[in-house]
Write a protein that binds this ligand. Sequence first.
Ligand code: M6R
Length: 615
Amino acid sequence: MCGIIGYIGDRKASEVLISGLSHLEYRGYDSSGVALMKGSDVQIFKAQGKLNNLIEILKDKQDTCSNAHIGIGHIRWATHGLPTTINAHPHTCDCKNLTLVHNGIIENYQELKEELTTLGCHFVSQTDTEVAAHLIAHEYGKTKNLLKAMQSAVKKIKGAFAFCAIHKNEPDRIVVAKRNAPLVIGVGQDENFIASDIPAIIEYTKKAIYLSDGQVGIVKKNSIEIYDENDLVTQNKIENLPFEAIAISKMGYKHFMLKEIHEQSDVVRNVLSGKLLSHDDKIRLEEFKLTPEKIKKIQRVQIVACGTSLHAGMVGKYIIEKYAGIPVDVEPSSEYIYRETIADENTLVIGISQSGETADTITAIKQVKEKNSHIIIITNRADSTMARLADSLLPVSAGIEVSVAATKSYMAQLISLYMLAIYLMEQKGIEKYNDEIVNLKQELIELPNKVEALLENTDNIKQLAKKYSSYKDFIFIARGINFPSALEGALKLKEISYINATGYGAGELKHGPIAMLDENMPVLAILNRGIVYDKVLSNCEEAKARQAKLIGVADYIASKDKDLFDDIVIIPSVSDTLSPALNIIVLQLLAYYIAEYLGKDVDQPRNLAKSVTVE
Ligand code: M6R
């Protein structure tokens, strides 16, 4: 989380920085700030809250803004210290000569702070970044050279960082450094850019250098010099950026989340394109680099992911185990990294991440890379850190997802996992499910039309949202392949409406959660036709007997069972296996309309960030 930006060239730095920060707001929106440098004069402007507050402040500072052509900026997701102006970046040292922005977490900041305090430094904020600013300034005192100061400071820092630093005595450069946090340098003509992510710079340049961990660089108007962790000059490849400047707009929708929900039929088409040509064709997955012989040797699959991506992975478990016949463990990356995991060259590890920058999942993947397992990364960002760690990269191409609540990327992950499961089955030569798979492929081909049919009329879901928006708690239940749908539906609702929502396997209700049921607790049950339909129905009876309000989401409910429910949402007819892809749309919309009805900040819910780059 947090986003950093830097500019050096002939443009008005303030404009480039603000435009860049607006594209990084998905990384946090607790505060923002810029430092504008002209000669040895550095002016710092900061504001608590959304970027608009900073834009308002800068309106009165047009002189400074017009004259400065070098600057650094920051958008914050608070880790150390409250989201106040004082804790907002940029941060400086006592003499104010050095100014720094930072994305990441400095783990040994307390120790460093104590040392620096004994050396006479004074701290005004509660941030770890201010400690880094003082440390670099202290090192600068020894060499009077910003590059060298940065090089020696980063050797003393434990943790993750992407830094941009400027110094009044060296007004022709920005010095950058990176370890375990993303940093890209956009290469321009007589100008250069620095950012946490390419949407911030894509409107200015299509060429970029990705810094590797441990590297430090000097970015000037006409040159970029990179040094490796041994302080030796090194050359990084200049890469062509993977996407065109896209007008990221709401296209008439009130929120990005609603627009992204409505894009899901195209997302399915994109993922299937080139992979699934017809119901009687084999899946083509050129991106998967293991030979059929090696696939046959896979003993186990481990899926690591967080949040919504984790829920996609849980659906993946059902289909990979069933069709490919391989045992699958799914685990939150944040848990996977703190225990002895068993993986070897016959283990297939699947990392799933919309952003490709989630710190927990990156750490998990790095750990398992040492065990020679084959690593597949399923991500929406083929240019991400995680993508670079992949042995096989499966980009899901859902398009830029702006809303913090993941929707269309989940759909893309689900469909990719269906492709992968069938591919593994076919490569292993398993024939047991051939007929079922022909039907599933045909259903996948028809899925975009069903998604469109579902989205065509959502009035009933809007009505439900209004009816249930005043409840303080919510329970989602399902069994089998839709258990992850219940978890994901609850996550969507709580993250954007702040209603306390929890997902349970419906069979678990009676083992404790049922104690919470009364007329104030709505229960949303997902019950597709399949082996668990009758069981979920019994669990619904149990809930109703405790006077819970009951909402059913299903592709079919028998007339005799309808009276059990207070409300029912019927989705287009679909097999149990593929039903998570349609059920989730109802749950996304319900969460969206409840949050919208309650007047919440749907696209930027409190306390969250789109890309979670800290552990
Ligand atoms: O970028 P990732 O998919 O790795 O992100 C994982 C989670 O942080 C993310 O899914 C989060 O739970 C979303 N806010 C859910 O809507």
